[in-house]
Write a protein that binds this ligand. Structure first.
Ligand code: ATP
Length: 512
């Protein structure tokens, strides 16, 4: 099965089992907007809790806030979003489809990279055990030619984006002979800038422009509360402010399921430091954030850093953590060293002094900022796609199993009386009552036990507890493990602690 087919199956699986639904489906949906169902919202909440606890609980010098989506419109002037939060768009005149010019070029580069990978795979096959990949990549003429081609395009695109050279971007598309994937033609319009912010009106305020923006990032809510938090929390630099919340972007090309949505959620943390120390903290957060991802257990090989070639004028370092999604490596999280740009601009635009008096150096300054910014929904997609397995079992049957880290699983325990007989259901209910205050549990008595196991596998429940007639006399139940499918008889009295050990958030947090 191709990656594309697996991805399609995953999307229908998430709908069938209540993870993710297309928004407004009975009205034929709304493009790039999705709703989380009963399983999806549990998974999403667990991911948010994992992030929040890793920031706010594990670091005494990080606190969390919850600022509003609506903010004073001047904030978006100050942050640069009104003037510069643009994407370069291009239309194909035949298909009438709209694309991001930079994404078309990136896809072209990805194709070259795929060609190189194929070449390497061929080499590996030819040379067998004696294959030295590094040497092959450094010497094979086909690989070298393709790499040079990709690098040239990369450089040209970085320069065109940096110089805001829209004609230059278009020229790359023409020179690379990039065709519209739908019409197959090269009949392109000019490249234009398109602002990604949604706007709305704030009632009727006479004499004032009532245009409000739906925030395109949560970070500005942190910056404008810097003084409030610092003073009320008596925070000493270095310290951080974390926030989870909705953000909105009028994305030109919204595809790849929940990877790019028009309404999504971000988890952002701004870490305020003394000027001059920012690069040290940048390195610190790069490693910390990678450890956070690795603890989930989705494979080290599925992550990579992508350092930015094109730095925003105010940034002095930036990197993305990319994840190997079903459609290739793409940005999951951004880590940016933003200097004193944001606080400095708010100081300028608000006319308020936004500074910190550093008792150690006896000086006041506008702090520098390291930002870590990750999309909740992209993390959900990463977790879903890494967990999804279609497995053939020894007995010839097949199962679909979501191998989530148990701490992230939507349901932790399924309580299953073997048959619907009062003695068994009574005991099952009492086990349910014992567990439900601490763990999200499901109680199911319909269908054969095999079917019920399959349903729990499909939503990634780490434990199934089966109550049978022996349980009534020996006080033991069968505990089935999702991953190994091993079944073990355990005393009812030990259930709570066995489950706790495996599903607690602590098991994740300890690894960071
Ligand atoms: P991209 O280049 O993919 O558009 P970006 O560089 O604009 O992303 P940032 O502004 O750095 O993204 O936002 C931080 C994080 O927010 C991203 O790493 C991503 O996880 C998430 N994010 C951004 N845009 C979207 C979106 N439209 N849908 C879902 N998540 C998003």
């Amino acid at each position: 099965m191709t990656q594309e087919e697996i991805f399609k199956n995953l999307i229908s699986h998430t709908k069938e089992y209540g993870f993710i639904f297309p928004s407004s489906e009975i009205y034929d949906g709304l493009s790039a907007v999705y709703d989380y169902g009963q399983m999806g919202s549990e998974l999403k909440n667990n991911i948010k809790k994992y992030w929040w606890d890793s920031m706010v609980k594990l670091n005494e010098n990080i606190v969390g806030i919850d600022s509003c989506i609506f903010m004073h419109p001047k904030i978006w002037k100050a942050s640069g979003h009104v003037d510069a939060f643009n994407d370069p768009l291009i239309d194909n005149k035949d298909s009438k489809k709209r694309y991001r010019a930079d994404v078309l070029i990136e896809d072209y580069i990805a194709k070259i990279e795929a060609k190189i990978d194929k070449e390497v795979a061929k080499g590996r096959k030819r040379f067998g055990d004696s294959f030295d990949e590094a040497q092959f990549r450094a010497t094979n003429p086909n690989v070298l030619r393709e790499e040079k081609k990709a690098e040239e395009v990369r450089q040209r695109m970085a320069k065109a984006l940096n110089d805001n050279d829209l004609a230059g971007l278009r020229q790359i598309i023409i020179d690379c002979e990039i065709v519209d994937p739908i019409s197959g033609t090269r009949n392109w319009t000019d490249v234009r800038q398109f602002n990604l912010m949604f706007s709305t009106q704030l009632g009727n305020i006479s004499g004032e422009d009532g245009t409000l923006y739906l925030r395109p990032e949560t970070a500005q809510g942190i910056f404008v509360n810097f003084l409030n938090v610092q003073k009320s929390g008596r925070m000493k630099i270095p310290f951080g402010i974390a926030q989870i919340g909705k953000a909105f972007r009028n994305e030109i090309v919204a595809r790849q399921f929940i990877f790019r949505m028009r309404e999504f959620e971000q988890m952002e943390m701004q870490f305020f430091v003394r000027p001059g120390q920012e690069l040290e903290w940048f390195r610190h957060w790069k490693q910390k954030r990678l450890s956070w991802h690795l603890a989930i257990g989705m494979g080290e090989e599925n992550y990579r850093f992508h350092d930015h070639e094109k730095l925003a004028h105010y940034a002095n370092a930036a990197t993305d953590i990319e994840f190997n999604f079903p459609f290739g490596f793409k940005e999951l999280e951004g880590i940016h060293s933003r200097t004193d740009f944001d606080l400095g601009r708010h100081q300028e635009f608000s006319g308020r002094k936004i500074q910190y008096f550093d008792p150690e150096t006896n000086a006041s300054y506008v702090p520098y900022v390291i930002e870590t910014s990750i999309g909740v929904d992209r993390t959900v997609l990463a977790v879903l796609s890494a967990a999804y397995r279609q497995e053939k079992l020894d007995n010839g049957e097949e199962r679909v199993v979501m191998r989530f880290h148990p701490a992230l699983s939507p349901v932790k325990v399924a309580v299953l009386p073997l048959v619907k007989k009062e003695e068994l259901t009574n005991l099952a209910q009492s086990i349910m009552n014992d567990l439900k205050y601490d763990f999200n549990c499901q109680y199911e008595e319909k269908d054969t036990i095999g079917r019920r196991y399959r349903r729990q596998d499909a939503i990634g429940t780490p434990f199934c507890v089966t109550i049978d007639f022996d349980s009534l006399t020996d006080g033991r139940v069968t505990l089935r493990d999702r991953d190994t499918m091993a079944q073990e008889r355990v005393p009812v009295s030990e259930l709570h602690s066995i489950v706790e050990k495996k599903v607690s958030m602590k098991s994740l947090l300890e690894k960071i």
